[in-house]
Design a protein around this ligand. Structure first.
Ligand code: NDP
Ligand code: MG
Length: 382
């Protein structure tokens, strides 16, 4: 029996992780959870699994939760609380499914305690991939990807050497606005942006999919996870999202991983790796019904956020942290109806243009840049 800490328990990935744990209750014990402030969503999970530790975003949520629940778990708050439950001596696996760079410090500390990490939190790798991977190498910890594209690449790479790779081919569904021209994007609404054609996900990543920043963050994530230069990472449009990603080797052989558009597959893969267990909550693909798969070129002019992410990755230093925090802040403004859809990319580009890169930044520099970029992006609204 392996013991799990789940960061982001009330989220889309968090909830699906709980479904997988429920199906595999003879393999896994959920002992600690963290979430933001969604008590209503957390309560059924808390009563079902009775975790010994619970972490919430702030003191107010803690007080409210203490009044509500009928047993006595240890309840803590904030990033410190998440770090505490990510490093508990009895915990074997940390599932990092929080949204945003708040996942950075708990990830670093979990690596230092040599936890197995199932990793969905791409903003953390985009912000400080150099720090995370340095610690992972130092402590001999493998980050097991939960993001479907990276789980696919991880599977395609099994047993292969990275110096035998020609390129990674990351597939993109195109998001909610894939068939709109840039002109048509002028008047799109929040409601339209939240309708993803293939995947059901949290609000922030659904907007990231519409701007294509999600793919940009995934390119940076792939660069760090698999140690592949940016010029060897391609993105192609694949509307069906059946092929989750591919690897082309030096001999031009291409390996692809296929699966349904259901995150429970990659979550289960990360939790049970290197084993594959037979559970029936994910459906197989019926290739005859699917019939055809399509691939198209991805345009960096149509999707400037993807170009910005490649640029930020290639500049390196603090620039990816600026890209990520500017995006997190701009998307939050869009989700609160404060700015238009196209302002998201304008704000990110402006934040990047105004930034002076610090090379090889340490953790405190990253945190400072993350916070100051958010403040700057907020100031663009006026
Ligand atoms: P959601 O928005 O659905 O969930 C985010 C989770 O993080 C919630 O539990 C939320 O709590 C929690 N959270 C947010 N801020 C804090 C905080 N300051 N402290 C503690 N907890 C916090 O996101 P998703 O599940 O969609 O995505 C999570 C991560 O996984 C992201 O990095 C995303 O890019 C990545 N990912 C998601 C996929 C998907 O299918 N959804 C696919 C691949 C990757 P609360 O709701 O209570 O505020
Ligand atoms: Mg993905």
């Amino acid at each position: 029996m392996q013991t799990i800490t789940l960061l982001g328990a009330t989220g889309s990935v968090g909830f699906q992780t709980i479904e997988v744990i429920r199906q595999l209750k003879n393999e896994f014990h959920l002992s600690a959870i963290a979430f933001g402030s969604n008590i209503e969503k957390a309560l059924p999970v808390i009563y079902e699994f009775r975790p010994e530790y619970i972490v919430v975003k702030n003191k107010e949520t803690k007080q409210e939760l203490e009044k509500t629940i009928t047993y006595n778990p240890k309840i803590s708050v904030g990033s410190e609380g998440m770090t505490e439950i990510a490093t508990l001596p009895d915990v074997d696996i940390v599932v990092n499914a929080v949204m945003g760079s708040v996942g950075l410090e708990p990830t670093l500390e979990a690596i230092r305690e040599r936890k197995k990490i199932a990793f969905a939190n791409k903003e953390t790798l985009a912000t400080a991939g150099h720090l995370v991977m340095k610690e992972a190498r130092k402590y001999g910890v493998e980050l097991l990807p939960v993001d479907s594209e990276h789980a696919a690449i991880h599977q395609c790479l099994k047993g292969e050497r990275t110096d035998e790779i020609n390129r990674l081919i990351i597939t993109a569904s195109g998001g909610s606005f894939r068939d709109k021209t840039r002109n048509e994007l002028q008047n799109v609404t929040l409601k339209d942006a939240l309708k993803h054609p293939n995947w059901s996900m949290g609000a922030k990543i659904t907007i990231d999919s519409a701007t294509m920043m999600n793919k940009g963050l995934e390119v940076i994530e792939a660069h760090w996870l698999f140690n592949i230069p940016f010029q060897q990472i391609d993105v192609i449009l694949h509307r069906e999202s059946m092929i989750h990603s591919m690897v082309e080797f030096k001999d031009h052989s291409i390996m692809a991983q296929l699966g349904s558009t259901d995150m429970k597959g990659p979550i289960q893969y990360a939790l049970t790796y290197p084993k594959r267990l037979d559970i029936s909550i994910t459906k197989g693909l019926n290739l005859i019904d699917i019939g055809k798969l399509h691939f198209e070129e991805m345009s960096l002019e149509r999707f400037p956020c993807l170009k910005m992410a490649y640029d930020a990755g290639k500049y390196g230093g603090t620039m990816p942290a600026v890209l990520n925090s500017a995006n997190e802040q701009a998307v939050e403004l869009f989700l609160n109806n404060k700015i238009s859809f196209l302002a998201i990319e304008d704000f990110i580009q402006k934040a990047m243009d105004e930034h002076t890169i610090v090379k090889d930044p340490d953790l405190s520099t990253i945190i400072e840049v993350d916070q100051s970029t958010r403040r700057r992006v907020k100031s663009y609204v006026n």
